[in-house]
Design a protein around this ligand. Structure first.
Ligand SMILES: Cc1cc2nc3c(=O)[nH]c(=O)nc-3n(C[C@H](O)[C@H](O)[C@H](O)COP(=O)(O)O)c2cc1C
Length: 315
């Protein structure tokens, strides 16, 4: 981005707008679903308007209670969670959280989940004309028995759920992919053919911890989803592979806790990024990252377009 460009933005007073699969973002940094709730708690410590968009916790048709027993565990360079998509249901969100978020000045992206194809459709329909900016279809949660990942590990099932929602919704449709597959490109292609506008990758990797004092699995759900720095190289590899083969904007997520981590995602081919587990340790991280990226580009006299996909062009 040149100095002249910065000057123009400054003089015009116009907020920067980034188009990501039809959704308009304020910058390239967002919260990752499930690590930011519905924004109310974070609003007490940070300015939500500094987000490129808020991506809220996964919502289902009816409230889901989530999993029993221990739900989180620390791991080397990461954490395991098995929340089980506990959420208050889409109608509760529309009545109790959406007015609060709409009073702010941020694009709202709603992560949606379902036990069945019909549930995904109904949640998407409820959100039509509510003023949200985009839907992020979660077909990748490893912590629920039906739905979630069951759709995201088969190209045929992924195609059918994305197509069904696409036919019922006019909102920009992002699809969040699972890393728990042999060939992520195959799933990404199926999702694109079904009409997705952008891809978010990755969700968590299935893992497990055993409590050696009891000899039992530590998590109530037995297995959980691994997130944090430990998964970043896998996420980078997947973003790189998909960006090389699939012509859709990519939102990178997995183990970002600094600008250098985010830059790896941009260089692999992501156009925007989300931050998850790092926010539990550093809640103000998302407030700092946009400015840090701006300074980085300015110092090196680069445009973000030159950075996005750099690693692919240099091989
Ligand atoms: C506690 C927790 C809850 C999560 N809930 C959701 C969710 O509701 N929907 C979803 O698509 N991803 C969910 N995720 C996955 C994150 O959005 C993200 O894809 C993953 O954690 C990798 O990013 P990170 O390493 O920056 O955390 C959750 C992750 C964590 C740690």
């Amino acid at each position: 981005m040149t100095d002249r460009y910065f000057l123009l933005v400054l003089l015009s007073g116009v907020k920067q707008v980034i188009d990501l699969g039809g959704a308009k973002l304020r910058n390239r940094f967002m919260s990752a679903s499930g690590c930011f709730g519905y924004g109310k708690e974070f609003a007490k410590v940070m300015d939500l308007n500094t987000l490129g968009a808020i991506v809220v916790k996964g919502l289902s048709l009816k409230p889901w209670p989530g999993n029993k027993g221990v739900r989180v565990a620390e791991t080397p360079a990461g954490m395991l969670n098995a929340i089980g998509l506990e959420n208050p249901g889409v109608d509760y969100f529309i009545d109790h959280y959406l007015p609060f978020l709409k009073a702010k000045d941020i694009p709202i992206v709603v992560n949606i989940v379902g036990h069945s194809l019909d549930e995904y459709i109904q949640v998407a329909r409820r959100l039509e004309k509510t003023g949200v900016e985009a839907l992020e279809l979660n077909i990748s949660c490893p912590n629920v028995k039906e739905g979630g990942i069951a759709f995201g590990t088969s190209p045929t099932k992924a195609f059918s759920v994305v197509k069904a929602v696409r036919e019922q919704s006019t909102l920009p449709l992002w699809v969040k992919l699972s890393p728990n597959v042999t060939d992520i490109v195959e799933i990404a292609c199926a999702v694109k053919d079904a009409g997705a506008d952008a891809l978010t990758l990755i969700n968590t990797l299935t893992g497990m911890v055993i409590d050696i004092t009891t000899g039992k699995p530590l998590l109530g759900n037995v297995t959980g989803g691994l997130s944090g720095p430990a998964i970043r190289p896998i996420a980078i590899r997947m973003v790189y592979q998909v960006a090389t083969k699939v012509d859709l904007p990519i939102i990178g997520v997995g183990g970002i806790s600094s600008l250098s981590d985010a830059l790896e995602f941009f260089m692999a081919g992501a156009s925007a990024v989300q931050v998850g587990a790092a926010l539990f340790r550093d809640p103000l991280l998302l407030e700092r990252l946009p400015k840090e990226l701006e300074d980085y580009l300015k110092q090196r006299q680069l445009s973000i377009e030159e950075v996005i996909g750099l690693a692919r062009r240099s091989v």
